[in-house]
Design a protein around this ligand. Structure first.
Ligand code: MG
Ligand code: MG
Length: 257
């Protein structure tokens, strides 16, 4: 399914608010990253992100998102085979885990959305390669977020790298998206596609690009908590995301400190 609606070109003033939302969101993610070590709970990471967001007069964007029940936290924390939407709690991170932290911030009515995956202490060679490939996939996609390119150009470049060159898998069930006054605006931004196809990018669009990579297969399953999405086969997964402004020239990453 492709969402063809709710595609919003932002004004200069709106972009400056999104830049601030993105900056605060980056600081919140940074606070979680500084705490990553064996023994820390994902609830503690959540609290750290929440504190940074509130301190800057902003609000967590994920809290209360509708689902099987309203999303109960500021961040999502997805460990190892968990790909996205893991709910923070008492679970302690262990040496060798990889954890994906996704966070959204609303500032003056505008949303910044960004995620990273990182290792806890020493991680396996396989895990390290997965993180490198997923982060690189995001960079490859961002480089193609230029006015005049089509979404198929973006998705195809990510897919070519992750699946054809590296032999990993991209979920077809979750995608990137436009972002602005709402966390999910159009267009839908798949991490796969055909060059020259799909929506043509316009200057002033703000896109949350987010490759989600799985080692084993592209298939996912939802855990009994009804939020957490994990790989169907239990293999490791990773997720990186930035909110990016499309211009006629270089793309501008908004979710940076
Ligand atoms: Mg996100
Ligand atoms: Mg997103």
């Amino acid at each position: 399914m492709v969402w063809a609606r709710n595609i919003v070109v932002k004004s200069a003033e709106e972009i400056s608010l999104m830049r601030e939302a993105g900056r605060i969101n980056a600081l919140a993610l940074q606070a979680t990253r500084e705490l990553l070590q064996p023994g820390v709970t994902t609830a503690e990471l959540d609290e750290a992100a929440n504190e940074v967001i509130r301190k800057h007069g902003a609000k967590p964007a994920f809290l209360g998102v509708p689902g099987a029940y309203p999303y109960p936290a500021t961040i999502t924390a997805s460990i190892n085979d968990e790909l996205v939407h893991g709910i923070p709690g008492k679970r302690k991170l262990k040496e060798g885990d990889i954890v994906s932290i996704d966070c959204g911030t609303i500032y003056e009515g505008f949303v910044g959305d960004s995620a990273y995956t990182a290792g806890v202490g020493e991680i396996s060679t396989e895990a390290r390669r997965l993180l490198e490939v997923t982060q690189r996939a995001l960079e490859i996609g961002i480089a193609r977020l230029r006015a005049g390119n089509r979404l198929g150009d973006v998705g195809a470049a990510i897919q070519q790298y992750v699946e054809n060159e590296e032999g990993y898998h991209l979920t077809r069930e979750y995608t990137g998206h436009g972002v602005g006054r709402e966390m999910w605006e159009g267009p839908q931004v798949p991490n796969y596609g055909y060059p020259g196809r799909g929506f043509k990018l316009l200057p002033g669009l703000t896109i949350a690009l987010e490759p989600m990579v799985l080692i084993g297969t592209a298939r996912t399953r939802v855990l009994p908590d009804e939020w957490t999405v994990a790989s169907a086969d239990g293999s490791l997964t990773a997720h990186f995301e930035h909110t990016v402004l499309v211009t006629e020239n270089e793309p501008v990453v908004l979710t940076v400190p």
